[in-house]
Design a protein around this ligand. Structure first.
Ligand code: S3P
Length: 191
C-alpha cells in the first residue's frame, strides 16, 4: 500500500510537470539559428526537440533540396501542412523547430507557444557565411540561392512573423546559449 501511494504521488508530480509544458514552436527566417537554439534549450530544460524539416526528410526519405528540385515548392508546402496537422494532434511537451515558411500553417497557434527568432537580413547572412559549414548551409536551402530574392522574401515575411509570434527573441549578437536562456525565461509565463 505504502509503495503504491509513493508511486502514485511520484507519477502525479511528473505528470503535473509535463502537463504544464506546452509545445514551443520556433519560427524565423532561414539561417537565423533555430536549430542551434533548440540544441541549447534541450540541454538546459526538460524539453525534447523535433524539427519539421527533419520530419519531412524522413517521411520522404530524401533531402529538402531534392524535394524542391524534383517536386517543386508547392509539394513541399503540402508536406508541411501534413506535419502541422500531425503536430497539433499528437505532439506535447516538445520544442518544435520549423522551416522558415512553416509559420504560414493555419493551425500554428494550436500547436504551441510561438517563439520568433528575429534578426536583420544582413546579420543572418553574415552568420551563415561565417559558419564553418557555410557552403553546405547555403546549398541545402533552395530559397537562399539568389540573395536578392531571399532579401525580398525576408522583407515580405518579417511583418507576418512578428504578427504571429507570442514571444520575440532578438538573436543578433547573441550566442545560441544566451538566446536559449532568454527563451526559457520568456516562455515560463505561458506554461
Ligand atoms: C524554407 C526554409 C527551410 C526549409 C525549406 C524552405 C523557407 O528551413 O524548410 O528550404 O521557406 O524559408 P530553414 O528555415 O531551417 O532553413
Amino acid at each position: 500500500m505504502f509503495e503504491y501511494n509513493c508511486l502514485e504521488v511520484f507519477n502525479q508530480t511528473v505528470l503535473e510537470q509535463f502537463i504544464k509544458m506546452k509545445n514551443v514552436v520556433l519560427i524565423g527566417f532561414m539561417g537565423v539559428g533555430k536549430g542551434s537554439v533548440a540544441r541549447e534549450v534541450i540541454k538546459h530544460s526538460n524539453y525534447i526537440a523535433i524539427d519539421t524539416d527533419d520530419l519531412i526528410e524522413s517521411m520522404e526519405n530524401r533531402k529538402i533540396k531534392n524535394i524542391f528540385a524534383q517536386e517543386g515548392e508547392e509539394y513541399f508546402r503540402s508536406l508541411e501542412k501534413s506535419v502541422a496537422q500531425w503536430l497539433e494532434k499528437s505532439v506535447k511537451n516538445t520544442l518544435i523547430s520549423t522551416g522558415g515558411g512553416f509559420y504560414k500553417q493555419k493551425n500554428l497557434k494550436k500547436i504551441g507557444i510561438i517563439v520568433l527568432l528575429d534578426s536583420p537580413f544582413d546579420a543572418i547572412m553574415k552568420r551563415i557565411k561565417e559558419h564553418p559549414n557555410a557552403e553546405k548551409k547555403l546549398k541545402k536551402r533552395p530559397l537562399l540561392s539568389n540573395l536578392e530574392e531571399a532579401r525580398k522574401l525576408y522583407e515580405a515575411r518579417r511583418p507576418d512573423y512578428l504578427k504571429i509570434a507570442d514571444v520575440v527573441i532578438d538573436v543578433t549578437n547573441k550566442s545560441a546559449l544566451e538566446s536559449a536562456k532568454e527563451l526559457l525565461k520568456k516562455v515560463k509565463k505561458y506554461a
